[in-house]
Design a protein around this ligand. Sequence first.
Ligand code: SF4
Length: 446
Amino acid sequence: MGLTGIQIFKLLPKTNCGECGFPTCLAFAMALAAAKAELEKCPTLPDAAKEQLSEASAPPIRQFTIGTGEYGVKVGGETVMFRHEKTFFNKPGLAVLITDAMDDAEVERRFSKVAELQYERVGLNLRPEMVALKDGGNKDRYLNLVKKAASRDPAIILMSYDAGVMKEALDSAAAKKPLIYAATRENVDAFGALAKESACPLAVKGQGLEEVAALTEKLTGMGIKDMILDSASRGVKESFADQIIIRRAALQSRFKPLGFPTITFPCEMTDNIMKETLIASLHIAKYAGIIVLSDFEGENVFPLLLQRLNIYTDPQRPMTTTQGIYPINNPDTNSPVLVTCNFSLTYFIVSGEIENSRVPAWLLVMDTEGLSVMTAWAAGKFVGDAVGPFIKKSGIEEKVTHKKLIIPGYAAAILGDLEEELPGWEIMIGPREAGHLPGYLKLWKS
Ligand code: SF4
């Protein structure tokens, strides 16, 4: 955002109607300046102001989506060089290469891998989301491949330098908003026209960054907005350097011809799958928008998904679980009631141990702004006069016939205050470590 909150405020309607979800226009302006609100949320913004603000609020790296539905991959939109400055927003899409030279069984195996490799972690579903379909010269087989991909969920990258083949591929797949890969110096006019006609995003491949910038300038002149960059470097060092140069040029120099996300090809940098995975991990950290791998197996995809999750988690905001009552193992009115904080890791460890115990139980998760039990207690967020009112309002009294509450062992100090807050309740101090919960719960008597 190039404008300050006050500059934005001057352009807003100043009616303080609250329809944007903020109590005042000033609050909305401040949120916009901090990139924490979207311009579209103000329904009464005059067109002239909208135009002026859209231009100023556009992220320095173009943001758009490849694919549709829940497999759509949002790329670009980044605003910082280092995640600790703020956060990285749109995690890179992971694509597996499929070519028309592969036999049907191999093609099917790769499609299946994209669907199968899914992992549940901290309440999130981690999975790769793209297929890159490479034209190897067998047009009929390639177009069949495209049709097959168009009938499935993952987002598609269409890889061909032949405008005729690309046009036919788009006839089958344009509704899925695939990435067209790639416009080059030789085919830029034809590929620009295809991208415009199909309204699909376009990859731009140049031999070096100067050529990439010249191509994006030309395509921008043709009215193409959603582009993704490939500097064609296939050495690890060169490709890594290009990622950094592109990000710096976009963010620090506001150089618009490079203000786009990037695509990288670890699959073309080595024949060794482990080296390829390492290169991909480098590009997750800095700064690929899409990473194309030669194959998907659990041992290369899982670590990349976890790394991606870590890098693209907001470092200033702890992961949280929604406040509420969580029934575990089909509890009834006699089942024990436990309370804990809403730091995701705590929730998943505690709920996992309760599940392991096979004892039916009610787990109350209290909003402590993502702080762990000890930290929340020290910060005054998991203390008697906070936990007490939460228990009263939680609705647990309608679910059980007893009045016994198990608090974490690390919060034993709140016992006295909590007893005062919850007259009639028996407060029990649970174990300090979640690992001891199964043994503790087996002794439960309501
Ligand atoms: Fe102001 Fe627009 Fe928000 Fe209403 S919706 S408070 S006019 S910014």
